[in-house]
Design a protein around this ligand. Sequence first.
Ligand SMILES: [Zn+2]
Length: 457
Amino acid sequence: MTAMRDDLFLDSAAALKAAREAVFSETLDRIFAYHPHYRQLFEQKGIGRRDIGGIDDLVRLPVTGKTDFVARPADFTLSLPAGFDAEERVVWDVMYTTGSTGDPTPFTSTSYDFINILALNRNMLRLRGVTDSDSILNLFPLTRHPHGAFARAMNAAAAFNIPIVAAMPGAPSARHPDLGSRMDAVCTLAGRSNATILWGVPSYIRKMLGRAEEMGVALPAVRLVFVTGEGFGEEARQDLVDRLKRLGAADPVISVSYGATEMQGGMVECRPGAGYHNPAPLQFLFEAVDPDSHAPVADGEEGLILLTHLDRRGTTMLRYALGDTARLTRDRCPHCGALTERLVSVPVRRDGFLKVRGMLINPQALADMLASEAGIADYQAIVDKQDEADALSMDRLRIRLLPRSDAGDDLAPRLADRVKSTIGVMPSIEIVAADDPAFADRGWKARPILDIRKKPE
Ligand SMILES: [Zn+2]
């Protein structure tokens, strides 16, 4: 590989700050002139470009919430006029995150941003210990709305110049039933691909390894497993290691990342337990603040995690609350030597959103959609595990449904499809009777979705 700008391993905090200020200054110039949301906000608050000299002045800006973004996502994209380089203005791709209503929220990247995304995904692989003799099996499914997981795994391999095979689990479209792979085909492919890295949703990988064992598929080449995981603890990590060893892998390492659409990548571990590293310190700046007062908290204290885009041209955010609290440190990593922010505790979600099978979903969006459906008399939505006794099994979204007497026979399949296109997760629909216990003693203030998953430790 050619020499790369070594943004992860700068000599000193001062050198990192200077490099950050240089790119951020250009971004701030554009935000003050061409960012619809912040222009309006700063005008209201009487904040001028001269008031914000750089990173140290960020604390003077209010926190941006997910609700601000999903209410008017287009207002978060810079509208740069002709005269700016085409690279900064051309839309390369749009990915989606969960929205406030039925419509997922678009996150736009220009060509300029896409080059940055390649660089940050390459850094993720570097931090995770990938070498040029590795190869990847992409186990993320295709989703109805473009989602970072599937696409950025492909892009990461491109940025690192290593081979990748996409397994495409599931059935992405009824129009092309031959596209996508069922579980047994994925297991066969895993054996045939000889990939050294498995990359996907942990509960799916676990299920796949279980089936591979039943089928007698060996995976001796696997040395790394990349998972994005909320609630992915030590027990789950050891379980994947044990399963892989039974399939012939010598010394597999599970590498956990904390991903977000707003990064188009994730904060990754350089080794288990080393904390989640900001993979691109010249693109992202992280802060931790008190969840209520929004005052900065000391390094190492639990705080609400804020993301600032230092170098973006499409969707661009300042002090954006990702929705989790965690402990943040700016100390150089004692393991890999990277000088960048790290989250040194598992992030805990605080904004009422849920992750189901790796997809972030908004319970209110589901409730609003179900409220608009005339054929429903009552319902209860539940997230649990496929195997109740097994905290590590796949997440399941169940909707227990009481139809109105005049609802057609097609209600359940039609509803399943609408739920899938609203929140990205296919539910199982169970028709129940009016006297079902699901509707008893839940009080008048029922939650839109009841999360009864056991958290693995
Ligand atoms: Zn490290």
